[in-house]
Structures are given as C-alpha cells and as structure tokens.
Design a protein around this ligand. Sequence first.
Ligand code: ZN
Length: 271
Amino acid sequence: MEKMEKLANETKQLARLQTVELERTRLTAALKALPGELAAADSQLKAAQKRVSDTDAGLKREELLRASLELEIAGLRSKAARHRDQLNSAKNAAQATALEHEISFAETEISRLEDRELTSMEDTERLEIERSKAIELAAKLTETTGLIRARIGEQDLEFREQLAAYKIERESLRAELASWEDGSKLAHFDRIASMRGTGLARADGQQCSGCRMGIRPQVWNQLRDGAVLPCESCSRILYYDPAMAPAPTKSPLPIQSDLGGNSIKRKQAGA
Ligand SMILES: [Zn+2]
C-alpha cells in the first residue's frame, strides 16, 4: 500500500512537471511573439501616417500646378489680347493671317491648360477624400496601437512572473524526482520529452494517450493495478488514473425496470 502511494505521488509529480514544462514552452513562445504583435500594429499605423503625408504632398503639388497653369493662361490671354490689338492695325493680309494664327494658337493652348486645370481639381477632390480617410484610419490605429502597447506591457510582465514561478517549481520538482530510483525515471522522462514533446502519457481505454496506440491486455492490467510502465510504441511513461476513468458500464436494464429508471430520472430533473 505504501509502495502504491509513493508510486502515485511520483506520477503526480511527473505529471505536474510535464504541465510546468508545457506551460513554460507556451509562455516562452507567447513572450517572444509580443514584440512582433506591436511591430505589426506599428507598421500599419506608419502606413496610414504615410498615406496622410503622401496625400498632403499631392494636394500641395496640385495647388502649385494650378497656380502655374493660371500664370501661363494669364500670359497667353494677354498675348492673345495684344495680337488682337495688332490685328486691328495690320498693314497687310499676310500680317493679319500670321496674327490670326498666333491668336488661334493661344486660344487652343488656353483651352488645353484649362482642361488640365479641371483634371487637377478632380485630382484634388479625390486626394482630399483619401486624406480624410487616411487621417481617420491613422487616428484609429494610434488608439489601437496604444492599447496593444499597454496590453503587451502587462502581458510581458505577467508572462515573466509566471515563468519565474514555473522555474522555481520546476527546479523543486526535478530535485525531488531526481532522488527517486536514482533519477532513472526522470532521465527517461527527459529523453522522451526532448524527442516527442512530452515524456508522460495517461493510459486511457487501453490506449496510450500520447501516441494513440493500443496497450496489450497484460500491460493494461498492470497499469490498472497501479504500475507505471513505458508505452511499448512511443516509450512515454504510462500511468493509469482511476479518477479520470469513465464510469463502469452497467449491464442494460430490462425494459420494465428501464421505464422505472426513466421515471426516477424525470422526478430528479423536475426536483
Ligand atoms: Zn505511446
């Protein structure tokens, strides 16, 4: 009886060590992933901010373009007006034709530049919509990034604290386990865990819960008697936990009693 209890206790320690190891692995990975999460949010924010400054620059460019177009148009208009004046005092037909040609050229050019101005106005409208959308997005992302940064700060601290606590627990568990059977079980556990991720598995329904392979009836019986044996397929240390076992299956009740059983169930449900 004493031996059984010791065995159960040792198995519990190993199971706890396995939980601690898995949690340490999970927390270490989660801790490592935290800066990446913030970096992803940050790069989204930077992209939105760049869109704001890009549209800003675009709007300024269009404004400058229209100012220069206005200047050019004004120049062409005064040139055309001058040519019209000269046309009134043209000395001959050839001179008049040349002036008319100049005026027509200026007018074509003015209308081309005015079209360009219109396109620029449309571009400005589009850029303004884009800019306000980008500003809205950047504001939202600034808020989100701030929240992520705060959460990550808290999680970083929390994960580190948990890891520190697990480290202490792990060391004391290992020290205790190392004193049993000259540490041979712990060494076996470590060897399998390093290969398969876990070194211990529960025997459940005549199956190894680690590799899902069946357990021979003889080994299964030994496990159910409290023995702790390696799985013949994956070498994980197998144990049987009666507390986790399914309730023993009852033999089916005759029809008469079944009716009675149902009425009892109903009564219990109603109560
Ligand atoms: Zn197995």
